[in-house]
Design a binder for this molecule. Structure first.
Ligand SMILES: [Zn+2]
Length: 269
Protein backbone atom coordinates (compact mmCIF):
# COMPACT_ATOMS: atom_id res chain seq x y z
CA UNK A 1 0.00 0.00 0.00
CA UNK A 2 2.87 2.36 0.79
CA UNK A 3 3.73 3.07 -2.82
CA UNK A 4 5.98 5.96 -3.84
CA UNK A 5 5.04 8.54 -6.47
CA UNK A 6 5.67 7.15 -9.96
CA UNK A 7 6.79 10.59 -11.17
CA UNK A 8 9.57 10.72 -8.59
CA UNK A 9 8.04 13.85 -7.01
CA UNK A 10 9.06 14.18 -3.38
CA UNK A 11 5.83 14.48 -1.45
CA UNK A 12 6.02 11.93 1.39
CA UNK A 13 6.58 13.63 4.75
CA UNK A 14 8.67 10.76 6.10
CA UNK A 15 11.10 10.84 3.14
CA UNK A 16 11.88 14.56 3.31
CA UNK A 17 15.16 15.97 4.55
CA UNK A 18 14.97 18.67 7.21
CA UNK A 19 15.77 21.55 4.86
CA UNK A 20 13.07 20.30 2.46
CA UNK A 21 10.48 20.22 5.23
CA UNK A 22 11.53 23.71 6.33
CA UNK A 23 11.11 25.00 2.78
CA UNK A 24 7.70 23.33 2.47
CA UNK A 25 6.61 24.86 5.77
CA UNK A 26 7.76 28.32 4.68
CA UNK A 27 5.90 27.83 1.39
CA UNK A 28 2.66 27.20 3.34
CA UNK A 29 2.40 23.57 2.25
CA UNK A 30 -0.86 21.72 2.65
CA UNK A 31 -0.34 18.50 4.64
CA UNK A 32 -2.74 15.67 3.87
CA UNK A 33 -3.12 12.94 6.48
CA UNK A 34 -4.69 9.86 4.86
CA UNK A 35 -7.00 8.24 7.42
CA UNK A 36 -8.36 4.74 6.92
CA UNK A 37 -9.09 1.35 8.36
CA UNK A 38 -8.04 -2.29 8.08
CA UNK A 39 -11.15 -4.43 7.99
CA UNK A 40 -13.01 -7.17 6.16
CA UNK A 41 -14.33 -6.02 2.78
CA UNK A 42 -16.27 -9.08 1.66
CA UNK A 43 -14.77 -12.20 0.08
CA UNK A 44 -13.25 -10.43 -2.93
CA UNK A 45 -11.46 -7.28 -1.64
CA UNK A 46 -8.34 -6.85 0.52
CA UNK A 47 -8.49 -5.53 4.08
CA UNK A 48 -6.96 -2.12 3.36
CA UNK A 49 -9.51 -0.74 0.87
CA UNK A 50 -10.38 2.22 3.12
CA UNK A 51 -6.83 3.47 3.56
CA UNK A 52 -5.71 2.68 0.01
CA UNK A 53 -8.14 5.14 -1.58
CA UNK A 54 -7.27 8.27 0.46
CA UNK A 55 -3.58 7.36 0.33
CA UNK A 56 -3.53 7.01 -3.48
CA UNK A 57 -5.71 10.11 -3.80
CA UNK A 58 -3.39 12.19 -1.62
CA UNK A 59 -0.31 10.95 -3.44
CA UNK A 60 -1.67 11.54 -6.94
CA UNK A 61 -3.03 14.97 -5.99
CA UNK A 62 0.31 16.00 -4.50
CA UNK A 63 2.04 14.82 -7.68
CA UNK A 64 -0.45 16.68 -9.87
CA UNK A 65 0.12 19.92 -7.96
CA UNK A 66 3.91 19.59 -7.73
CA UNK A 67 5.50 22.87 -8.84
CA UNK A 68 2.21 24.75 -8.36
CA UNK A 69 1.00 24.19 -4.79
CA UNK A 70 3.21 22.44 -2.23
CA UNK A 71 1.39 19.40 -0.83
CA UNK A 72 2.88 16.86 1.55
CA UNK A 73 1.42 13.45 2.35
CA UNK A 74 1.83 12.58 6.02
CA UNK A 75 2.30 8.98 7.17
CA UNK A 76 -1.11 7.36 6.71
CA UNK A 77 -3.18 6.32 9.71
CA UNK A 78 -3.93 2.74 8.70
CA UNK A 79 -6.18 1.82 11.60
CA UNK A 80 -9.60 3.28 12.28
CA UNK A 81 -12.79 2.93 14.27
CA UNK A 82 -14.50 -0.19 12.94
CA UNK A 83 -15.79 -2.44 15.70
CA UNK A 84 -18.83 -3.28 13.58
CA UNK A 85 -16.68 -5.05 10.99
CA UNK A 86 -15.46 -7.59 13.51
CA UNK A 87 -16.97 -11.03 12.90
CA UNK A 88 -15.52 -11.80 9.47
CA UNK A 89 -11.78 -12.43 9.72
CA UNK A 90 -9.43 -9.50 9.04
CA UNK A 91 -10.68 -6.51 11.02
CA UNK A 92 -8.37 -4.63 13.41
CA UNK A 93 -10.16 -1.79 15.19
CA UNK A 94 -9.15 1.08 17.44
CA UNK A 95 -11.44 2.17 20.26
CA UNK A 96 -13.24 5.44 19.57
CA UNK A 97 -11.24 7.41 22.14
CA UNK A 98 -7.96 5.90 20.90
CA UNK A 99 -8.73 6.83 17.31
CA UNK A 100 -9.55 10.43 18.18
CA UNK A 101 -6.52 10.69 20.50
CA UNK A 102 -4.10 9.40 17.83
CA UNK A 103 -5.50 11.68 15.14
CA UNK A 104 -5.34 14.66 17.53
CA UNK A 105 -1.70 13.86 18.39
CA UNK A 106 -0.73 13.54 14.72
CA UNK A 107 -2.44 16.84 13.88
CA UNK A 108 -0.94 18.65 16.89
CA UNK A 109 2.53 17.44 15.89
CA UNK A 110 2.13 18.66 12.31
CA UNK A 111 0.86 22.01 13.64
CA UNK A 112 3.75 22.24 16.13
CA UNK A 113 6.14 21.78 13.18
CA UNK A 114 4.77 25.02 11.78
CA UNK A 115 2.32 23.71 9.17
CA UNK A 116 -1.01 25.55 9.25
CA UNK A 117 -2.95 23.74 6.53
CA UNK A 118 -3.91 20.19 7.51
CA UNK A 119 -6.40 17.97 5.66
CA UNK A 120 -7.61 14.82 7.42
CA UNK A 121 -8.57 12.81 4.34
CA UNK A 122 -10.73 9.94 5.47
CA UNK A 123 -11.70 6.81 3.53
CA UNK A 124 -13.80 4.85 6.05
CA UNK A 125 -17.47 5.35 6.95
CA UNK A 126 -17.02 4.65 10.66
CA UNK A 127 -14.34 7.35 10.87
CA UNK A 128 -16.49 10.05 9.35
CA UNK A 129 -18.00 11.58 12.49
CA UNK A 130 -14.96 10.80 14.71
CA UNK A 131 -12.70 12.62 12.21
CA UNK A 132 -15.05 15.57 12.28
CA UNK A 133 -15.04 15.46 16.10
CA UNK A 134 -11.24 15.46 15.97
CA UNK A 135 -11.27 18.69 13.95
CA UNK A 136 -13.74 20.24 16.41
CA UNK A 137 -11.63 19.17 19.39
CA UNK A 138 -8.45 20.56 17.81
CA UNK A 139 -10.17 23.87 17.13
CA UNK A 140 -10.68 24.24 20.88
CA UNK A 141 -6.86 24.43 21.10
CA UNK A 142 -6.54 26.72 18.07
CA UNK A 143 -5.21 23.91 15.94
CA UNK A 144 -7.04 23.88 12.61
CA UNK A 145 -7.70 20.95 10.32
CA UNK A 146 -10.21 20.20 7.58
CA UNK A 147 -11.99 16.86 7.98
CA UNK A 148 -12.84 15.51 4.53
CA UNK A 149 -14.32 12.10 3.80
CA UNK A 150 -13.39 11.48 0.17
CA UNK A 151 -16.75 10.39 -1.26
CA UNK A 152 -18.41 13.54 0.06
CA UNK A 153 -16.43 15.39 -2.67
CA UNK A 154 -18.32 13.52 -5.42
CA UNK A 155 -21.83 13.03 -4.08
CA UNK A 156 -23.58 14.16 -7.26
CA UNK A 157 -21.43 11.99 -9.51
CA UNK A 158 -21.94 8.94 -7.30
CA UNK A 159 -25.67 9.43 -7.48
CA UNK A 160 -25.72 10.04 -11.22
CA UNK A 161 -23.32 7.23 -12.14
CA UNK A 162 -24.49 4.41 -9.81
CA UNK A 163 -25.94 1.41 -11.63
CA UNK A 164 -26.78 -0.51 -8.48
CA UNK A 165 -25.78 1.28 -5.28
CA UNK A 166 -27.88 4.44 -5.49
CA UNK A 167 -25.10 6.94 -4.84
CA UNK A 168 -23.68 5.10 -1.83
CA UNK A 169 -19.96 4.33 -1.54
CA UNK A 170 -21.11 1.04 0.05
CA UNK A 171 -18.72 -1.54 1.46
CA UNK A 172 -16.99 -3.78 -1.07
CA UNK A 173 -19.86 -2.84 -3.41
CA UNK A 174 -20.10 -1.12 -6.78
CA UNK A 175 -17.80 1.81 -6.06
CA UNK A 176 -15.18 0.56 -3.62
CA UNK A 177 -14.66 -2.47 -5.84
CA UNK A 178 -14.42 -0.24 -8.93
CA UNK A 179 -11.79 1.93 -7.23
CA UNK A 180 -9.78 -1.16 -6.28
CA UNK A 181 -10.06 -2.56 -9.82
CA UNK A 182 -8.61 0.72 -11.05
CA UNK A 183 -5.95 1.24 -8.37
CA UNK A 184 -4.92 -2.30 -7.48
CA UNK A 185 -6.58 -4.93 -9.70
CA UNK A 186 -4.08 -7.58 -8.68
CA UNK A 187 -5.57 -7.58 -5.16
CA UNK A 188 -9.21 -8.17 -6.19
CA UNK A 189 -10.69 -11.66 -6.68
CA UNK A 190 -13.79 -10.92 -8.75
CA UNK A 191 -14.62 -14.61 -9.03
CA UNK A 192 -15.37 -14.50 -5.29
CA UNK A 193 -17.53 -11.36 -5.40
CA UNK A 194 -21.11 -11.61 -4.16
CA UNK A 195 -23.96 -9.20 -3.74
CA UNK A 196 -25.21 -9.36 -0.17
CA UNK A 197 -28.79 -9.13 0.96
CA UNK A 198 -29.36 -6.66 3.80
CA UNK A 199 -31.08 -8.20 6.83
CA UNK A 200 -32.57 -5.01 8.19
CA UNK A 201 -33.62 -4.90 11.82
CA UNK A 202 -35.87 -1.89 11.27
CA UNK A 203 -37.89 -0.50 8.43
CA UNK A 204 -36.38 2.36 6.39
CA UNK A 205 -37.91 5.10 8.57
CA UNK A 206 -36.45 3.97 11.91
CA UNK A 207 -33.45 2.37 10.19
CA UNK A 208 -32.11 5.84 9.38
CA UNK A 209 -31.24 6.23 13.06
CA UNK A 210 -29.92 2.71 13.71
CA UNK A 211 -26.27 2.89 12.64
CA UNK A 212 -23.34 0.51 12.75
CA UNK A 213 -24.46 -2.72 14.38
CA UNK A 214 -22.13 -5.65 13.68
CA UNK A 215 -22.01 -6.31 9.93
CA UNK A 216 -22.29 -10.09 10.40
CA UNK A 217 -25.71 -9.58 11.92
CA UNK A 218 -26.76 -7.54 8.90
CA UNK A 219 -25.10 -9.32 5.97
CA UNK A 220 -24.08 -12.88 5.21
CA UNK A 221 -20.80 -11.91 3.50
CA UNK A 222 -20.02 -8.45 4.93
CA UNK A 223 -20.72 -6.65 1.64
CA UNK A 224 -22.90 -3.56 1.27
CA UNK A 225 -23.83 -2.97 -2.35
CA UNK A 226 -23.25 -4.84 -5.58
CA UNK A 227 -19.65 -5.51 -6.63
CA UNK A 228 -20.85 -7.46 -9.69
CA UNK A 229 -21.39 -4.21 -11.60
CA UNK A 230 -17.95 -2.83 -10.67
CA UNK A 231 -15.32 -2.02 -13.29
CA UNK A 232 -11.90 -0.42 -13.51
CA UNK A 233 -13.32 2.18 -15.91
CA UNK A 234 -15.87 3.29 -13.32
CA UNK A 235 -13.14 3.47 -10.70
CA UNK A 236 -10.96 5.57 -12.98
CA UNK A 237 -13.82 7.96 -13.74
CA UNK A 238 -14.64 8.48 -10.07
CA UNK A 239 -10.99 8.80 -9.07
CA UNK A 240 -10.43 11.52 -11.68
CA UNK A 241 -13.26 13.62 -10.19
CA UNK A 242 -11.98 13.08 -6.66
CA UNK A 243 -8.48 14.14 -7.66
CA UNK A 244 -9.79 17.26 -9.33
CA UNK A 245 -11.84 18.22 -6.24
CA UNK A 246 -9.00 17.55 -3.83
CA UNK A 247 -6.61 19.57 -5.98
CA UNK A 248 -9.09 22.49 -5.97
CA UNK A 249 -9.40 22.21 -2.20
CA UNK A 250 -5.60 22.27 -1.78
CA UNK A 251 -5.27 25.31 -4.08
CA UNK A 252 -7.84 27.24 -2.05
CA UNK A 253 -6.44 26.12 1.32
CA UNK A 254 -2.93 27.14 0.25
CA UNK A 255 -4.15 30.59 -0.75
CA UNK A 256 -6.19 31.11 2.44
CA UNK A 257 -4.98 32.27 5.82
CA UNK A 258 -6.20 29.91 8.55
CA UNK A 259 -8.08 31.48 11.48
CA UNK A 260 -5.73 33.13 13.91
CA UNK A 261 -5.88 33.25 17.66
CA UNK A 262 -6.90 36.66 18.91
CA UNK A 263 -6.13 37.98 22.33
CA UNK A 264 -9.24 38.40 24.41
CA UNK A 265 -10.58 41.88 23.75
CA UNK A 266 -8.38 42.45 20.71
CA UNK A 267 -11.49 43.05 18.61
CA UNK A 268 -12.18 46.21 20.68
CA UNK A 269 -10.98 49.41 19.03
ZN1 LIG B 1 -14.66 0.35 2.75
Amino acid sequence: MLIRPASGAKVLWQEMLRHELLAAMENRAVVIVPVGSVEQHGPHCPQDVDISVPYHLALRTAETLAGEVPVLVAPPLLLGFTHYNMGEIGTITLGLETFIAVLCDVSRSIWANGFRRIVLLNGHGGNEQPTWVTAVKLAEEDVWALAVTYWSMAKDELLAWSEADGGSIGHGGEWETSLQLYLRPELVAMERAVKDEWRRTFGPEVGRYARFPERRREMAHGVMGDPLVASAAKGERLFAVLRERLAALCREYHATEPPRYREFGSHCP
